[in-house]
Design a protein around this ligand. Sequence first.
Ligand SMILES: *Cc1c(COP(=O)(O)O)cnc(C)c1O
Ligand SMILES: [Zn+2]
Length: 411
Amino acid sequence: MKALKCRECGREYPLAATHVCEFDFGPLEVAYDYDRIKKSLTKAAIQSRPNSMWRYRELLPVAGEPTVGAQVGFTPLVKADRLAKALGIRELWIKNDTVNYPTLSFKDRVVSVALSRSVELGFKTVACASTGNLANSVAANAASAGLKSYVFIPSDLEQGKVINSLVYGANVIGIKGHYDEVNRLCAEIAGKFGWAFVNVNMRPYYAEGSKSMGFEIMEQLGWQIPQHTVVPMASGSLLTKIQKSYQEFTKLGLVSETKYSVHGAQATGCSPISVAQKAGLDFFKPVKPNTIAKSLAIGTPADGFYALRVMKETGGAADDVTDDEIREGIRLLAENEGIFAETAGGVTTAVAKKLIASGKIPANDSAVLCITGNGLKTLDAVVGHVGKTREIKPSLREFEAMLATEEKVGA
Ligand SMILES: *Cc1c(COP(=O)(O)O)cnc(C)c1O
Ligand SMILES: [Zn+2]
């Protein structure tokens, strides 16, 4: 990495813990020396390295060896033939971050980068504003690195997400308000305390970690960019970084230049980006979230503007789905591929179904779905919607009687 650079005016800044341009308040992004990277980051070099996101380390913003999350990433890319058939598309792949290490969501990627960089910059306390998964990942990775952590979450999160932060000994602060209010408070705290807030003052480094999901997809597809990628959107950051990963591998000659589309998925109960995209607008209107997809419930998405631009540039589309469609998406993925995703995965699957049905993703093409979090953390959202256990006494006769009544009713 070479500098931090303003996305608006291009001014460069030193590689410190800062995230906005002093001149126009534009977001800062990490800039790299690609000519230099091209010499060391070859396919052979990548393939000789351990199976983790750090095999692409020249394109990740740490100065030395990563010290936090060395095992994160390189999750399976699953060929999903049964789900492809159910959704009516020729070829479909699932990038399965429900099994990311250590906290079962794609957030381990961004946290591994942010905390490694925080250690390099000398921070002892790390923090975040989170919709749940980020808090889990900061808490776990901070624990393993011996850092003190404060995680701020909306107080109405799923129990699975709350317990998954508390167990690591993190300071978990529940804020009585929406994520956007949590985030505003964290910006004030970050200015006052000398802490590394992974998605506030460390955001330029943090966000780069998302690129590793795209790098892995291309390598696992045999060094190709997929025709279509469907990405869930909260702040919109992951979607923009998927495009950046495709651009970087193209620039470095690791994949050949091809046409591709990046599509965005939201829940109807919090759909500022998809509503704007469908209306053909370049900007979004903030909303108050009300959806079971709490991990995506950001009403004022920090990267919404850039996410809209990526979809426009790549010919991608966005759509959004209701709570019932989200549950159906979770079941489609589970029943066809044996993958239990959280609500965000239901959003991505259900939106993909819609985009295929409407022809925005042509049935003859190939697509990758980014499935970003594990269903065991959002049991609250599906309880009562996935069938019932049938109870019998421990007797063979009762079991046979049960089967017989089912056959009669045609079950
Ligand atoms: C955070 C998160 C996302 C997307 O986050 P962005 O802010 O858009 O980068 C997607 N899925 C899950 C499960 C998440 O926790
Ligand atoms: Zn600027």
